[in-house]
Design a protein around this ligand. Structure first.
Ligand code: FAD
Length: 622
């Protein structure tokens, strides 16, 4: 049976990758279908309802700068907000929001349903329709054939998904959802490498059974952060607190005594789990000397009593979960509303993809999200946006696009996956980026919105707001460069306590702002004129002046690397003598014997940092 309409792009899966993919394709004008098991689960957060965090909010803001949905939905759903690393430099500053699960899902659904050129159809995809080595459509579980020029696959943890609670296991995509088995089997027949990964989630707890007086309250930060460049604090719902409790020695004893009943520790799970989001069994085994771990107790929503105890994800049997949770302060009488569990699923080696996220082996088939070996909503959304955009471009015969590592964390994410692959669930960190000072969460719009506009991803309202902001930044930078404070003036006297030199010579406002003793607010407070510059403009001006030297140095480094791409690697080059290279990189360079820096940079596993060291070494010794 044939579907009544053909599409430019069909996206399989309505999770975080799938919704961003479908929205991006539709924004560019492509006729798009989001094909997902259940319309009511579009935008569902499988694990903790939290968005952002270090490295992750950078991705969310990049998705937003390119017109995506995740940041807008977070603004409408965030019930506890934090600015992380607020005392550190702007490169590593990050935003995190605890979201109301129901509000987030309904915000995403609303954005999807309001998008032009986008249809939604609730069915499982069981098969891909291929013509030679090219995908031309999808076949659903009831035999409906949907033809499309490009297909984006974003099936998350569902492919051959297997859920484990202690020694019990059963097939599932996540708790309460069927797995995707036929499609997984079909994919195993294709020339793409398949592996198994696993992840886990904790039990949920009824807030009415918790004694919060025994826990540490953690209210959100003020001023309240905002995630979207188009958002405002007024978008946020009511704010609530999170709480902190701790595991105890007794908790650890119970877990240790029952390790043999944990799915993971009894050898029932073959997949590798996320190193940075370990289960409580992992933590207790890996950090055996610690007698307590901090647990964040986070609300799941304003109209829900369920709590997410962040830090105790587990695949222990339910009776052990109840027992160990009762040993924690405030949880003595906790009622568990859902058991914790682990899930194993198929993923595909991302080294079989191009940077556009198109398969190297099946033309017009794009992969995004958890199935590429990543973990997290933000990593999934970022890939989804890129895959959806490129699927649309491929369908219309236009040039595909992906950001470079020095342009966006999305570029870092995709380049890491494609060049190095992954053996464990990959999550983003700021330390993965070489050019952190350029790739800040506060300037994702300056880095990407103009490109997004050119690609057809950015609508008129965002483009106008962005253009006005850039204009204000330029005007304020100009004002700071051309306004001077005279020695012995009233303005100089008001700054004297912080910077005595201001009394002895003339300073431009820009020069003053460069001084570590002063910040933007000190300088404007000293001026007699009214000041009504938007806060995000002030922030950009301040960072651009204060970090000017570092920013320029990083930019020069990038340009130098680009200029030297054709630099020849001398035949006499002694790879072992190059300082700082890992043994893995040395071995690859010896095996492949690239002739130029550009060739070296394309070897899987040879990172841009390694190329930079190679270049410096050649320049020094030849
Ligand atoms: P998903 O959000 O899984 O969405 C997949 C979508 O595809 C679903 O809507 C599904 O119905 C649909 N679908 C699947 N197959 C088909 C098909 N054949 N036809 C049609 N539709 C289909 N992340 C973390 O960062 N930290 C954690 O600790 C963590 N723990 C987790 C624990 C569990 C138990 C689970 C399930 C997930 C966990 N995650 C965690 C992962 C997080 O949920 C994912 O990273 C994120 O949801 C991935 O987004 P996605 O869009 O790739 O897939």
């Amino acid at each position: 049976m044939k579907f009544p309409k053909n599409y430019d792009v069909v996206v399989i899966g309505g999770g975080h990758a799938g919704t961003e993919a479908a929205l991006a394709a539709a924004r560019t004008g492509s006729n798009t279908l989001l094909l997902t098991h259940n319309i009511d689960t579009v935008g569902v957060m499988s694990c903790n309802p939290a968005i952002g965090g270090i490295g992750k909010s950078h991705l969310v803001k990049e998705i937003d700068a390119l017109g995506g949905a995740m940041a807008k939905a977070t603004d409408l759903a965030g019930i506890q907000w934090r600015t992380l690393n607020s005392r550190k430099g702007p490169a590593v500053r990050a935003t995190r929001a605890q979201a109301d699960r129901a509000l987030y899902r309904s915000a995403i659904r609303n954005i999807v349903e309001s998008q032009d050129n986008l249809d939604v159809f609730a069915q499982g995809a069981d098969d891909l329709i291929l013509q030679g080595e090219r995908v031309i459509g999808v076949k659903t579980e009831t035999g409906i054939e949907i033809h499309a020029k490009s297909v984006v696959l974003t099936a998350g943890t569902f492919l051959n998904g297997k859920i484990h609670v202690g020694q019990d296991n059963y097939a599932g995509g996540r708790m309460g959802d069927q797995p995707s088995v036929s499609l997984a089997e079909r994919l195993r027949e294709l020339p793409i490498r398949t592996g198994r990964l696993k992840t886990g989630t904790p039990a949920r707890i009824d807030a009415r059974s918790v004694d919060f007086s025994k826990m540490i309250e953690q209210p959100g930060d003020t001023p309240l952060p905002v995630m979207s460049y188009m958002g405002s604090v007024a978008d946020h719902p009511q704010q609530v607190s999170c709480y902190i409790t701790h595991t105890t020695e007794q908790t650890h004893d119970i877990i240790r005594a029952n390790l043999g009943r944990s799915a993971m520790y009894s050898g029932n799970i073959e997949g590798t789990g996320p190193r940075y989001c370990p289960s409580i069994e992992d933590k207790i085994t890996r950090f055996a000397d610690k007698d307590s771990h901090q647990i964040f107790v986070e609300p799941e929503g304003l109209n829900s009593y369920e709590l997410y105890p962040n830090g105790i994800s587990t695949s222990l049997p339910f009776d052990v979960q109840v027992e160990f949770i009762h040993t924690m302060q405030g949880f003595e009488n906790a009622h568990l509303t859902r058991p914790g569990y682990a899930i194993e699923y198929d993923f595909y080696n991302p080294q079989d993809l191009k940077h556009s996220l198109e398969s190297k082996y099946i033309e017009n088939l794009f992969f995004a999200g958890q199935i590429n070996g990543t973990t997290g909503y933000e990593e999934a959304g970022a890939q989804g946006l890129l895959a959806g955009l490129n699927a649309a471009k491929k369908a219309t015969g236009e040039e595909l696009w992906y950001p470079r590592r020095d342009e966006a964390y999305i570029g870092v994410l995709v380049d890491d996956l494609i060049t190095m692959g992954t053996k464990e669930p990959y999550r983003m960190f700021t330390s993965r980026a070489e050019y952190r000072l350029l790739l800040r969460e506060d300037n994702a719009d300056a880095r990407l919105t103009a490109k997004g506009r050119e690609l057809g991803l950015v609508d008129d309202a965002r483009w106008q707001a962005f253009s006005e902001k850039q204009e204000s930044i330029a005007q304020e930078q100009q004002r700071l460069s051309t306004t001077y404070i005279q020695p012995n003036s009233a303005q100089a006297k008001s700054l004297e306590a912080k910077l005595p030199q201001v009394l002895s010579r003339e300073f431009s406002l820009k020069d003053l702002l460069k001084r570590p003793e002063l910040n933007y607010s000190d300088i404007v407070a000293a001026l007699p004129t009214e000041h009504d510059i938007a806060e995000d403009v002030q922030e950009q001006v301040e960072i651009s002046v204060k970090y000017d030297g570092y920013i320029q140095r990083q930019q020069q480094e990038i340009e130098s690397l680009r200029r030297h791409e054709n630099m020849a690697l001398p035949a006499t080059l002694d790879i072992d003598a190059i300082g700082g290279l890992s043994n893995e990189v040395k071995q690859k360079l010896k095996e492949v014997q690239p002739e130029t820096l550009a060739q070296a940079s394309r070897i899987s596993g040879v990172t841009p940092a390694a190329v930079s060291m190679l270049m410096i070494h050649i320049k020094k010794h030849n």
